[in-house]
Design a protein around this ligand. Structure first.
Ligand code: 5GP
Length: 193
């Protein structure tokens, strides 16, 4: 997506060889016009899959999920919560997810009532790296008896295996921008699409 690629080129920073920082417009300060455009672009791609709801994980996936759900005709957004809670019971579906950015393992959870059996789920997240977060959300859908009808991503890091794995499984994965690699000077190199 042209506007997103431009924003990454203009504002994107890197940490080491594998972390892309887009705090300026995506997940700390949010460029609202760009975010809603991103949501529309995902919605255009996935409208024909007829999702009933958008599932993401807190916190940085919520803005894109909301923008996308709005553009899909105001369908609900459900965000998986992280960490433990006092109301940990059979009413919750849970999954263990290793966090790429925090290097810790988290439990993610959703109240079963918000993932009704048979709902067609569109998974959305800001980044796709190794695919742990997406796989964790797919597991929640599995436990709830909900088919995953697509996976929409803001920025996929093409040098990590998450995207390749999902595509090889035949998943409809659509990423608005793909970072091909980070060069030795720390520049973000985008895959042209
Ligand atoms: P994965 O589970 O696919 O390995 O990583 C995806 C999750 O980790 C996303 O939810 C995102 O919040 C975070 N993440 C992974 N790589 C990056 C990155 O390069 N930059 C930022 N800002 N977040 C990332």
């Amino acid at each position: 997506m042209k506007e997103l690629n431009e924003a990454i080129r203009k504002w994107g920073k890197t940490i080491g060889k594998d972390v892309v920082k887009v705090d300026m417009f995506l997940n700390h300060r949010i460029d609202t016009a760009l975010m809603f455009r991103m949501g529309e672009e995902l919605a255009d791609h996935f409208a024909s899959a007829r999702p009933d709801l958008v599932l993401t994980v807190e916190a940085s996936g919520i803005a894109l999920a909301l923008a996308c759900a709005r553009a899909l005709g105001d369908i609900p957004v459900v965000f998986a919560k992280k960490g433990s809670t006092v109301v940990q019971n059979e009413e919750m579906v849970t999954s263990r997810v290793y966090s790429f950015t925090h290097k810790t393992e988290n439990t993610i959870r959703v109240d079963r009532r918000y993932l009704p059996e048979g709902s067609r789920v569109l998974i959305v997240d800001d980044f796709l790296a190794d695919g742990q977060a997406v796989h964790g959300m797919m597991e929640l859908c599995d436990q709830s008896g909900c088919p995953v009808c697509g996976i929409g991503i803001g920025i996929e890091k093409g040098f990590q295996p998450g995207g390749e794995t999902l595509r090889s499984q035949g998943r409809d994965l659509y990423s608005l921008a793909i970072v091909d690699h980070i060069d030795e000077k720390g520049n973000v190199c985008l895959r042209e699409n």
